[in-house]
Design a protein around this ligand. Sequence first.
Ligand SMILES: Cc1ncc(COP(=O)(O)O)c(C=O)c1O
Length: 345
Amino acid sequence: MTLIHGGQLQQVAEQYKIPRSDWLDLSTGIAPTSYPIPNIPLCTWQQLPQHSPTLIAAAKEYYQCSQLVVTNGSQAVIKSLPALYRQQNLTGQAVYLPERGYKEHAQAWKMAGFTLHFYQDSLPELAKLQPNCVLVIINPNNPTGQFFDRELIKQYQEQLINLNGLLVLDEAFIDVMPEQQSCCPQIVDEHIIVLRSFGKFFGLAGIRIGFLVASHYWCAKFKALLGPWQVNGPAQLIAEQALNDTDWHAKQKMILSQLRQAQEQMLWRVFTEKIVKAIQGCDLFLTLSFHQKDQAKKLYHWLCQQGVYCRLADEKDTLRFGIAKASELKRLEQSCLVAIRQLRQ
Ligand SMILES: Cc1ncc(COP(=O)(O)O)c(C=O)c1O
């Protein structure tokens, strides 16, 4: 089954008969400002991609870890992990996942025949985790924005070692959270892997590059599975420069934080507490939940009619907005006002 994600602008543009170029696309959690593309030498396009020790060094420094594998995005790992885990651990059956969250995780484990157990706002009870189980944590969660402290995650990491299980930490959006919260530096053995997406914080999802941070054991398994030439040369070159550019990281964090604050204030002002129950998220997206759940679907439709594309949750009860550029905020505000007027009619 193909899952629905944000970023399906072509399809939505056809459905609403509005030219693609006229849309304000806020359907993903990809930063609206992206790392500037450097000059790429012709040979980088012409040659097969090479293993790049300088990229590895830049990534180890940025992620503060000792082992990693360059991948063509976290999605590639999410899809192939269950079958690989099955080969290593024949007895494990149970996988604990957030009920709301990037659904590719659940789909991949389900397709590999595992039994899914969903948790809601808090992690499953430590004492109830089954031997050989897998625990998936998306931190911060997309779309709920829920964020678990590193010390709490450490307790689960220790329990999974005792249980011979695996902790899968998807840190796709953690770049915008406070420093020192990533679990990349605390990888000690084969009972934890961390997924780091490059495309979101750096605003370059199209180049398809990401990093699996894990022990030597999992890195070797994934290297063997993925084989050569997974990540194209231009993507490697861009990522290396971006990961090394600490001034740009600081600037990007500041810009995203300011844009998020302005957008969150605007959304509260326009939708008001009467309609919106909560706004959750991080500096890469904001998710609105409503007192009356059916309002999300109506608002989504009225926003689309005006060429504003956000993400309606699969459950059809929340709306997630990517962060708009400062120059786009007014249009978003006006479209939300029109949608609200329609809701009140
Ligand atoms: C939580 C989460 N993890 C992983 C991914 C996949 O990201 P990537 O672009 O690194 O494959 C996404 C994509 O939206 C996501 O939301």
